[in-house]
Design a protein around this ligand. Structure first.
Ligand code: GLA
Length: 355
C-alpha cells in the first residue's frame, strides 16, 4: 500500500539510500582502521509528511506493519527502532522533530549482510533533513545513523555501513579512514565488475560472535599499549599476545595493510589476490567464516574470469563478494550457483541486481 492509502494524504518529502557491499577491509572499522565499500543498486526509500494527531506513524511495505509512537513511548522493536532512533538522536542534537508519518519501501535484501539497516537509517535521516530543512551534512548523517543503530537497535557496529550508505555510489569504491572519517572516491579495478552472492546461510551467530571479536580486539590493543589496532602496522608486533588475541590482531593488522596497498594503486590481478588473502585471514585468524561461505568462495576463486573472492560483511553466514571480468558476471554467477547447489546449498545473486 502506498503513502496515500496508508495515511490519507500525499507525502511532502522523499529520500533514498543504498545498501553496500564491502570489497576489502573487514572487521577493521571498529579498530579505527580502513575499509573499501561500494554502494549497491538496491535502495531503501522513505516518504514522509507531518502527522497531525500528535503521534509518529511508521509503515513498512515489506512487513505490512504500522507502528504508532505516542509521546513518552519507549523504544519500539523491529524496523521502527531504527527510525525512532534517528528521530531521538536528532532531538538530542537540539532539533525539534514534529510528529511524522513515514512510509518505507526497500529493495535491499534483509539479513544478507548488505546493510539494509544502514540504508533505512540514512534514508530516514535524509528524509527528515529534506522535510524539515535540517542543516546536517552527509558525514553527520552517517554518524547519527551509526549512533541510532548502536543505541536504539542494540548493534555495536562500526561506522563503515552508514558512511557507505551516506557517501558511496555504485560506480566507485569509497576508501574510508574510520578514525579521521577521511574518504577518497576511487575507480573500480580496471576491467572488473562486482558480483555479490548470498550464501543462503542466515547470520545466526552474527551478534554474539561480532561483540566477542570486538572485545578481543580491544583486549589486544590494550595489551599492546595502543589506542586501537589501527595504530600497529607490523604483524610481527602481535607475536607475544596470547591466543586467540594474537590471530585476531594479526587479521586486523594485515587487513588494514591490504586496504592501504590498494590505496597506493594496484593491478586488478593484485586486487583479487588481496581479496583472496582477506578471506583466508577471516577464515583462519578471525574465524568468522562458515563451511558454506568457504565452499562458495573457493568455487568463485577457482572459476576462470574471477580475480578474487571473499566473504563480505560481518561473516557467520551472509554474502560473498567477487571481482569478476567485466561483461561475464552473470554467466559466471549462474555457473557457480549451479555447482554450489550441487553441494547442497541454495545461493542467489545479490549484485548485479537482476530483475
Ligand atoms: C558489520 C558492521 C560493520 C563492520 C562489518 C565487518 O557489517 O555493521 O560496522 O564492522 O560488520 O567489517
Amino acid at each position: 500500500m502506498d503513502f496515500q492509502q496508508i495515511f490519507g494524504t500525499s507525502p511532502e518529502a522523499e529520500a533514498s539510500a543504498p545498501g553496500r557491499v564491502n570489497l576489502l577491509g573487514e572487521h577493521t572499522d571498529y579498530n579505527d582502521g580502513f575499509v573499501l565499500p561500494t554502494a549497491i543498486p538496491q535502495q531503501t526509500t522513505v516518504q514522509l509528511g507531518l502527522s497531525w494527531d500528535g503521534q509518529h506513524h511508521f509503515y513498512s511495505v515489506a512487513l505490512d506493519e504500522r507502528v504508532t509512537i505516542s509521546e513518552g513511548h519507549h523504544t519500539p522493536s523491529g524496523f521502527a527502532s531504527y527510525i525512532f532512533g534517528c528521530v531521538r538522536l536528532l532531538e538530542r542534537q537540539g532539533y525539534t522533530i514534529p510528529p511524522v508519518n513515514l512510509h518505507v519501501t526497500s529493495s535491499v535484501p534483509i539479513g544478507s549482510g548488505l546493510s539494509s539497516s544502514a540504508a533505512l537509517e540514512v534514508a530516514t535521516l535524509r528524509g527528515l533533513r529534506s522535510l524539515l530543512n535540517l542543516d546536517i551534512d552527509d558525514v553527520e548523517i552517517a554518524q547519527l545513523a551509526q549512533q541510532a543503530e548502536s543505541q536504539y537497535a542494540g548493534v555495536q557496529c562500526g561506522i563503515m555501513d552508514q558512511m557507505a550508505s551516506s557517501l558511496a555510489d555504485t560506480e566507485h569504491m569509497l576508501f574510508l579512514d574510520t578514525r579521521s572519517l577521511q574518504v577518497r572516491v576511487m575507480p573500480f579495478p580496471a576491467g572488473a565488475e562486482v558480483l555479490a552472492i548470498d550464501s543462503g546461510v542466515p547470520r545466526t551467530l552474527a551478534e554474539s560472535g561480532y561483540n566477542q571479536r570486538r572485545s578481543e580486539c580491544e583486549q589486544a590493543a590494550h595489551l599492546l599499549g595502543v589506542r586501537a589496532l589501527r595504530d600497529i602496522t607490523d604483524p610481527q608486533a602481535v607475536a607475544e599476545l596470547p591466543e586467540p588475541l594474537r590471530r585476531r590482531a594479526r587479521h586486523v593488522i594485515t587487513e588494514d595493510n591490504r586496504v592501504l596497498e590498494v590505496l597506493q594503486g594496484v593491478s586488478t590481478e593484485r586486487f583479487g589476490e588481496l581479496m583472496n588473502a582477506s578471506h583466508a585471514s577471516l577464515r583462519d585468524d578471525y574465524e568468522v567464516s562458515l563451511s558454506a561461505l568457504d565452499i562458495l568462495v573457493a568455487m568463485l576463486q577457482a572459476t576462470p574470469g574471477v580475480w578474487g573472492a571473499r566473504l563480505t560483511g560481518a561473516g557467520f553466514g551472509g554474502a560473498c563478494v567477487a571481482l569478476v571480468v567485466a561483461g561475464k558476471v552473470e554467466a559466471i554467477a549462474q555457473d557457480v550457483l549451479e555447482r554450489y547447489k550441487r553441494s547442497g546449498y541454495a545461493g542467489r545473486i545479490l549484485v548485479p541486481q537482476i530483475e
